[in-house]
Design a protein around this ligand. Structure first.
Ligand SMILES: [Fe+2]
Length: 302
C-alpha cells in the first residue's frame, strides 16, 4: 500500500497597505480595522511565511492544502503579495486552498470575488454538483480526495464567525456520496473550527454558527464521511475528534507567527489507505529560522 504525504498550512495573515490611499481609511470602521491589523502584523511575518513555503517544498509532499486567512484586510495588494508567494512555490496541481474570514474581511472583496479570482488556479472542482456554486472545491488525487468547504462570511470588523449554510452542506453530502471518490482517503478542509475553543478570548464571536449541522452531516455520511478534518482559525496545533464518529480533527497553527511561545508551523499528514498513520509537525526555530521536523507531540525526529 502506498504512503501519501499531504502538507497543511494556515492563517498567514499577510498585511500589505502598498498603494492603498489614506482616504480609504478615513471612516471609523476602517481606522479600527487598520489598527487591529497593524498590531496583528507585528506577530505575523511575511518573511517567516516565505521560509515556511521553502520548507514545505523541501518536505516534498504529494500535495499541499491551505485552510485560509491568507490575507489580513482583504485588500488587493495583499492578494497580489500572497499570489506571488504561492505561485513561486507551487504549480496549480500542487496546492488546494479554501478561504477564511480575513479573506472575506470586507464586502468589496467578496463582491469582486478577490479570493476566488486570485487563487482559482488552486481550487480544482473535479466533482461538480452545481456549476454556479464554487464550493465545495474537490480535488481527486490518485489515492486522496480533497473536499474543501467555504465557511467565510461577511461579519462586522470585531466578529470572526463563520457559516457553511444549508445549501453548501447539501452539496457537501452530494460530493461525498459521489462514486467518483471511490475508496480514496477523504480529507475535508474548512477554515473555522467545528468545536468551541474555551482558551480563546471571545470564543463565541469566533465560532462556526452551523457547526452542529456540519457534525450531524458528517455522522450521517457514515463510511462516505471524511477520514480527516483539518482547519485553522485558532493558531494552535491541536488534535480533536468529531463527536459521534471520532473522525480525527486537526487544528493547524499559524504559518507566519513569530516569537517563542506561539511558533509558525505546518503539518504533514502521513496517509495509508483510508487511515491517518501519523502527523509530522514542522516547527519554526526563531534563532536559525529553520523549520524543525517533529512528531505530533512536538519532539524533534531525525
Ligand atoms: Fe480566521
Amino acid at each position: 500500500m502506498s504512503t501519501i504525504r499531504i502538507a497543511h498550512f494556515s492563517d498567514t495573515h499577510v498585511l500589505s497597505l502598498n498603494g492603498v490611499g489614506p482616504r480609504r481609511f478615513l471612516n471609523k470602521r476602517w481606522t479600527g480595522a487598520v489598527n487591529l491589523a497593524l498590531n496583528r502584523s507585528r506577530h505575523y511575518r511575511v518573511d517567516i511565511f516565505e521560509r515556511l513555503l521553502s520548507a514545505v517544498v523541501d518536505a516534498q509532499p504529494d500535495h499541499s492544502v491551505c485552510t485560509g486567512d491568507l490575507v489580513n484586510l482583504a485588500l488587493e495588494p495583499e492578494f497580489v503579495r500572497v499570489s506571488q508567494l504561492l505561485n513561486d512555490a507551487f504549480d496549480s496541481s500542487d496546492l488546494t486552498v479554501v478561504p477564511g474570514n480575513h479573506d472575506y474581511y470586507v464586502k468589496e472583496a467578496i463582491a469582486a470575488r478577490l479570493f476566488e479570482t486570485t487563487f482559482g488556479l488552486f481550487q480544482t472542482r473535479d466533482v461538480v454538483v452545481d456549476e454556479a456554486e464554487p464550493y465545495p472545491v474537490v480535488r481527486l488525487l490518485d489515492d486522496v480526495a480533497i473536499v474543501g468547504l467555504n465557511s467565510a462570511i461577511p461579519t462586522p470588523v470585531f466578529l470572526a464567525n463563520g457559516r457553511i449554510g444549508d445549501a453548501q452542506l447539501d452539496r457537501f453530502s452530494s460530493v461525498m456520496t459521489d462514486e467518483q471518490l471511490g475508496d480514496r482517503f477523504r480529507l475535508m478542509l474548512v477554515h473555522h473550527p467545528l468545536l468551541p475553543e474555551p482558551k480563546r478570548r471571545l470564543d463565541s464571536a469566533r465560532r462556526l454558527y452551523d457547526a452542529e449541522g456540519l457534525i450531524r452531516t458528517i455522522n450521517t455520511l457514515g463510511e462516505h464521511g471524511p477520514d480527516l478534518v483539518v482547519h485553522g482559525h485558532n493558531h494552535e496545533f491541536k488534535r480533536m475528534a468529531v463527536p459521534g464518529c471520532e473522525t480525527p480533527i486537526i487544528q493547524a497553527a499559524s504559518a507566519s507567527r513569530s516569537g517563542r511561545k506561539h511558533r509558525a508551523e505546518f503539518n504533514v499528514y502521513v496517509i495509508e489507505g483510508r487511515t491517518l498513520k501519523s502527523i509530522e509537525r514542522y516547527i519554526h526555530q526563531p534563532d536559525s529560522g529553520a523549520f524543525l521536523r517533529c512528531n505530533e507531540a512536538g519532539d524533534p525526529i531525525g
